[in-house]
Ligand binder design. Sequence first.
Ligand SMILES: [Cu+2]
Length: 127
Amino acid sequence: MKKIKILLTVASIPLLLAGCGSVATPPAANTNTPAGNANANTNIAPKQVEVNITNFSFQPQTIEINAGDTVQWTNSDQTAHAVTIDNRIDTGDIDPGKTAKIKFNDKETINYHCRLHPSMTGTVIVK
Ligand SMILES: [Cu+2]
């Protein structure tokens, strides 16, 4: 009985090592992907772009994204804000610490503002 247990333990060590080795490989391969996509505006996996709402402003105020990307606004202020695109969409009030997302499918330039504080403006350029 004892001999069998030891043999099993020894046999499993190479398997564990092999497992570690194969797990380490994929991240190295993935680092090439963003650089390869940098010059191509088509066939890029949709991504999420972050805009921070702070001190009654959208940061960054202007962002460039690709069609199909999603923008997420995070309200880091102590008061509610909103993202409003006239005649089209309103996120509703985004309370402090909360987020709202809009997906942009068409290539266009969109000016938006905060419904609660119209002087807060931002631009999304969809390429
Ligand atoms: Cu606001």
